[in-house]
Design a protein around this ligand. Structure first.
Ligand code: 9MR
Length: 450
């Protein structure tokens, strides 16, 4: 049993998503192009029980070409800079959330989940923090984690609690920084503070150059996660940034890295994917590797169009500067559509043997949620069982494009979703694209305990 299983409590996300959606529904009613499951990255990933997301910059939300692609293709967002320490606490104990709130509001009102990035990092610290050290810095960091995680409680599905704390090179040890100099336990202290502030958020460690399984840095992070899970430090996930510098930089053992972290009992996410010149093969391989590992729950690209990228000169993304789909986009979408919905993965250590819980029945009831021009939300309350699996039928051509608070799998038609409890409570939810049929609504087929 993983340490995180007992951490999650009431499933507030679906309810809040509906409320946020209601407030801003007017903004999305104008959308005329209905995305179709299987023909967009987010919808196709959702059919495989995963998310497909992008980094978003608040300054670009007023660019309709940008938001058209964002709303059509993605079901997860990561604020690119707006939740970093310098943005959220520019002066000590003065918090500033405007741009971050704008991204969160846009995301949630469009049925997208949010990854918070990032609570503790050696970089992009405000000046006041850069000049601190010792217990003063430790306390300021913990206060920052607590305040920011509390502000976004219930709105952020995952937090990059700590970012880039390991050194490059052959040692596999920690990066020197003012935070590291407060003591080696600063990372677990940050995770414990985040857990206390938002017990429902999934807490991730995020880093770059941890893609190649044999690299010392990868091994160093692996040992830390292993240590955390063995001692009950609350960690739920590891993010591999995966900023690749070219096709050759994608390591052939990437799948082994993903499955090895997963075998520790944490989810893995590809959090900042971009690849120099967007080679089709490398994008396809990354996608297939994620799909092959059951606990690889999703992919986030680090920007939408090449012109939005932090390294725009390398054209590393899936859309060109004019917003047109590149060949790499087609490769990713095809891989997602061909991928398995019940991946097996190849863990380097065998998974623990578990005894299935006793089966029985339960009841599942539907509560309609926010309705937009081209999609609507539904939440389902399950009673009579703590762990369960609920089968939901959708009427074609409607398709479910994103889900929350459960682990979905799909039948081959894509019209039947089996949602299993994943420790997020007894309410799950999903967004359905109407695809031209605005009258049909999901039906519960069965509810089984265990
Ligand atoms: O994309 C971000 C860029 O706009 C910022 O100037 C930069 C400043 O540090 O951070 C970039 O995002 C980084 C992310 O937060 C952490 N991993 C590496 C990303 C690319 O540098």
């Amino acid at each position: 049993m993983t340490v995180n299983a007992g951490r999650r409590a009431a499933p507030r996300r679906a309810v809040l998503a509906g409320a946020a959606g209601l407030l801003t529904a007017v903004l999305v009613v104008g959308l005329t192009t209905a995305a179709q499951a299987g023909t967009t990255l987010g919808a196709s990933a959702a059919e495989k029980g995963r998310f497909f997301g992008t980094a978003v910059a608040a300054s670009r939300l007023s660019d309709s070409a940008y938001t058209t692609i964002l709303n059509r293709e993605f079901n997860q967002v990561t604020p690119e800079n707006e939740m970093k320490i310098d943005a959220t606490e520019p002066n000590q104990n003065q918090f500033s959330y405007g741009n971050a709130d704008r991204i969160v509001s846009h995301a949630r009102s469009n049925g997208m989940q949010v990854r918070g990035h990032t609570l503790a990092w050696h970089s992009q610290q405000p000046g006041w923090m850069q000049n601190m050290s010792g217990s003063t810095l430790r306390n300021a960091m913990l206060n920052h984690v607590t305040q920011v995680a509390t502000h976004f409680r219930g709105q952020v599905t995952w937090w990059d609690v700590v970012n880039e704390a390991f050194a490059d090179g052959s040692g596999g040890g920690r990066r020197d920084s003012n935070l590291q100099r407060t003591g080696n336990d600063w990372i677990e202290a940050a995770f414990r503070a985040a857990d206390a502030a938002d017990p429902n958020a999934q807490l991730c460690y995020n880093d770059y150059n941890i893609d190649n399984w044999t690299d010392a840095k990868t091994q160093g992070v692996y040992r830390m996660v292993q240590d955390f899970t063995s001692r009950g430090v609350p960690i739920d996930c590891v993010g591999l940034q995966s900023h690749f510098t070219g096709g050759s930089n994608y390591p052939g053992n990437y799948r082994t890295t993903l499955s090895s972290f997963a075998a520790l009992g944490v989810d893995v996410h590809i959090t900042e994917l971009d690849i120099r010149n967007a080679p089709v093969d490398a994008y396809r391989n990354v996608t297939n590797d994620c799909l092959a590992v059951a606990r690889c729950k999703g992919i986030t690209v680090w920007g939408i169009r090449d012109s939005d990228s932090w390294r725009s000169g390398e054209s590393p993304l899936l859309f060109n500067g004019s917003g047109q789909k590149k060949s790499a986009y087609d490769a990713v979408l095809t891989a997602l559509n061909n991928g398995t919905s019940q991946p097996t993965g190849t863990p380097t250590t065998p998974p623990p043997t578990t005894t299935p819980p006793p089966s029985g029945s339960c009841t599942a009831s539907i509560t309609p949620g926010t309705v937009w021009g081209d999609r609507y939300n539904t939440s389902v309350d399950v009673a009579g069982a703590g762990t369960w699996s609920v089968v939901v039928a959708i009427t074609s051509p409607q398709k479910i494009s994103s889900t929350w608070n459960g682990s979905p799998t799909w039948d081959s038609s894509g019209n039947r979703m089996t949602m299993r409890s994943n420790g997020s409570g007894n309410t799950f939810g999903f967004t359905t694209m109407t695809n031209g049929n605005s009258s049909a609504r999901p039906q519960i087929v069965s509810c089984s305990a265990g």
